[in-house]
Design a protein around this ligand. Structure first.
Ligand code: SF4
Ligand code: SF4
Length: 87
């Protein structure tokens, strides 16, 4: 599943640099996660790093982006390939 940030976010800035996929960015009012880039940290870490570090626990799974571990793994590989093409 991709994760999402709710309006409980206090814009503390700590999650953005922790994301290995650059999926987190500042939105209009609070931080947001780009579903196409969030692998729930699959491929990089055992646990979602943003969830680990968020002080207000405002990062649930995205109900419209329910994905299996296999799908997340494929997304990870797609992102890796895109990165190697870009560099
Ligand atoms: S779960 Fe991992 S990949 Fe997804 S937004 Fe959080 S840190 Fe980034
Ligand atoms: S760590 Fe949590 S509160 Fe802080 S910016 Fe990220 S989502 Fe918002």
């Amino acid at each position: 599943m991709a994760l999402m940030i709710t309006d409980e976010c206090i814009n503390c800035d700590v999650c953005e640099p922790e994301c290995p996929n650059d999926a987190i960015s500042m939105g209009e009012l609070y931080y947001q996660i780009e579903p196409d880039r969030c692998t729930e940290c699959v491929g990089h870490f055992d646990t979602p790093q943003c969830v680990e570090i968020c002080p207000v626990a405002c990062i649930p799974t995205h109900p419209e982006h329910v994905e299996s571990r296999e799908t997340l793994w494929q997304k990870f590989q797609r992102l890796q390939n895109a990165q190697s093409v870009a560099h």
